[in-house]
Design a protein around this ligand. Sequence first.
Ligand SMILES: [Zn+2]
Ligand SMILES: [Zn+2]
Length: 338
Amino acid sequence: MNMIPNPPAREGGLGFLYLPPYRVFGTSIAGEATTIGIPELDICFDLGICPRSMLAMKTVAITHGHMDHIGGLAYYLSQRYFQGMGEGQIVCDARIAPHIQRMMEGYVELERQATPFKLIPLRQGDEHMIKNNIFLRPFEVEHTVPAFGYSIVEKRSKLKDEFNGLPQDKLKELRDRGTEITRIIEVPLVAFLGDTAPGPALVRDDVRKAQIVICECTFTEPEHKDRAKVGMHMHAEAIAEWLRVLECQTLVLTHLSRRTNLLYARKRLGDLAGPQLVKKIELLMDHKYNKEKYEKQLSDNGQLPERLAKLQARGGPGAGAGGPGGPGRGGPPRRPMR
Ligand SMILES: [Zn+2]
Ligand SMILES: [Zn+2]
């Protein structure tokens, strides 16, 4: 049996889910900050702020230029360099690449020194390899500013059907004669939708068939449908409708507003999607729920006693629930949700 890996070091109430074989962690609160890492794929999506544990991610894919998605980018690049971790690599929408470049040039003047980094502008239809045979693929989504979603696709070579069952020496003979005996199949691993209104990107094959889909759901209440529309965000009703065509194992919802009561959100999603489909949904920032889920995973794997002993040695299980669902601040925001 495989060992379940540890969550990242607790800092500032990061959300964490273990969705085998991937860890998904980070923070995501609408209008405040979104940054989500998947260490197994060496990638981080967006950097609204830069928690220490994000520094280890080699590639950062930026969805769009709103401050809650990009505010920690310069800091990430500077810290990586400062700590001798090598230059950071930023993948972004070619439409916003010049603006990121200019932002970084501004820092050169402010700091009187240059932070080396690599900017990789992409267009819809491009692919960028992040690991062996694993590719990041951007696509345009609908938001109030130019915005990308990304799919991560693994390309595996598979024996063509007509050669199935042939002995090894026969296959070698065919290969030696120059016959192409394999074909490439694509396995969508993860799809990440940053801020987006419902649109055609949601039903792309590499999104619909991805094992894990991570998407924003900024609004859940029926009376907030207009606000979702104005800010070009997802609403729970659109999520429920979409879930009917998604083939994913898990849909991770992010970007809920701080005012959202997570118990209410879960119940509402259940009412809309039904008891079966709602089981696919996880809320990244539901710390209490996710902690229990992770402990159950450890316990089912026979690892819980060992883990608890470690925590006790450190002075009790890490508290730090925090996150959304805190006290409401009341009143509408002064500008549309970013
Ligand atoms: Zn946002
Ligand atoms: Zn936005």
